[in-house]
Design a protein around this ligand. Structure first.
Ligand code: PMP
Length: 366
């Protein structure tokens, strides 16, 4: 997508004039490990249930706005009441709606970069100020004390657990303190939560923190990024606000049917997630071996389905992976705090082996 023309810059609302179109920096490649998708084949029986559900879905009727069958199934899975769940067109829509409903002019979002860039983008669309509390430059851990000190001055906060692109968790005890310190809502984005130990989820805090919102998606662990289904879990009155401002038909009938079948078949996805976690360990171990052998590559532990690495001339390394090996990974070199960093999605065993072979060839020796 192109930049806004001068003409259109003069026509859009003044606060939007500086906006840049989102560029996922995508090039078709044989091995695509750039967007933290799930590259494993979907479990065969789950796929068959989804296909049957899609085939049985009439297309002539409008969708149920609140996706009640789906939210009831999600609620039963998470052990909450159905009125504690709202679904959306991917987690992205719910993040936008969070800012739209609870942010706005004169309000401030507490953000902990480097993190998912959409938070700041949606804040700008919703004319919400952003207060950045940067993570540690070396370890990328949250600066918990600084976040808690800033929280009373903020109207809402988002922390990501595991964080994209750094892969670390927000500790549950810290989130509890953050909920107490922030006068408004605190969202914990657990888009990658299934790849971490279940004990690290902040969902258990929902019973005691009525200002907590937990975000999930079927895009990652369930391998359904194309389906576009995310959901939030929160107190019923918070969910009412999500329900009131949403585009009523944003989750179409096919997505509702596919997501319901997938959530019913959820147990079948557990082996895939376990496999990705094993492969994450193997990929990280391989990268650490390269470092031990004198290759200039640094990595960080990850609880998600991706790993972050830092290597000299990362942009060039990524281009060569793309052009010479047809392997696409994500370049974060341009992002503040992430100089020379690449994010590599954990793929299938063959894909990960290809990544390790390519890194051994393209990364500089110290
Ligand atoms: N949160 C985080 C941290 C993400 O990385 C993403 C996707 N990249 C999302 C939310 C949204 O995912 P989706 O819209 O596909 O549900």
């Amino acid at each position: 997508m192109a930049q806004l023309s001068e003409r259109v810059r003069g026509l859009v609302q003044p606060y939007l004039a500086g906006i840049e179109p989102y560029d996922p920096n995508f090039t078709p490649c044989r091995v695509n490990l750039s967007a933290n998708e799930n590259t494993y084949p979907m479990p065969v029986e789950a796929r068959a249930s989804i296909d049957a559900a899609l085939a049985a879905t009439p297309l002539n009727r409008y969708p149920d706005p609140m996706s009640n069958d789906l939210r009831a199934e999600i609620a039963a899975w998470h052990g909450v009441d159905a009125n504690c769940v709202c679904v959306g067109n991917g987690g992205d829509e719910l993040l936008y709606n969070f800012l739209l409903a609870f942010g706005g002019e004169g309000r401030t979002l507490l953000n902990c970069p480097p993190c998912f860039s959409e938070y700041a983008f949606f804040a700008s669309l919703a004319q919400t100020d952003v207060l950045d509390v940067w993570r540690d430059k070396v370890t990328f851990q949250l600066d918990q004390a600084a976040v808690l000190a800033a929280a009373p001055r903020c109207n809402l906060a988002i922390v990501t657990s595991p964080n994209n692109p750094t892969g670390d968790l927000a500790p549950v005890d810290f989130v509890r303190e953050l909920c107490a310190a922030c006068p408004g809502l605190v969202m914990v984005d657990e888009a990658y939560g299934e790849f971490a130990d279940p004990s690290t989820s902040c969902e258990g805090l929902l019973a005691e923190c009525d200002n907590l919102v937990v975000l999930h998606t079927l895009s990652k662990a369930f391998g359904m990024a194309g389906t576009r289904l995310g959901y939030v879990i929160a107190a019923p009155d918070v969910i009412d606000a999500f329900g009131a401002i949403r585009q009523i038909y944003s989750v179409n009938v096919l997505t509702q049917a596919a997501a319901l079948a997938a959530v019913r078949a959820r147990d079948q996805f557990a082996p895939v997630v376990a496999h990705i976690r094993e492969e994450r360990s193997r990929l990280l171990a391989g990268i650490r071996t390269l470092a031990a052998d004198g290759y200039a590559i640094e990595s960080w532990p990850s609880e998600a389905n991706f790993v972050l690495v830092r290597t000299p001339n990362a942009t060039r390394v990524r281009e060569r992976m793309r052009d010479e090996k047809s392997i696409l990974v994500r370049d974060f070199s341009y992002a503040p705090g992430l100089a020379d960093c690449l994010r590599i999605t954990v793929g299938t065993p063959d894909e990960n082996t290809e990544v390790l072979v390519a890194l051994a060839e393209l990364v500089e020796k110290e």
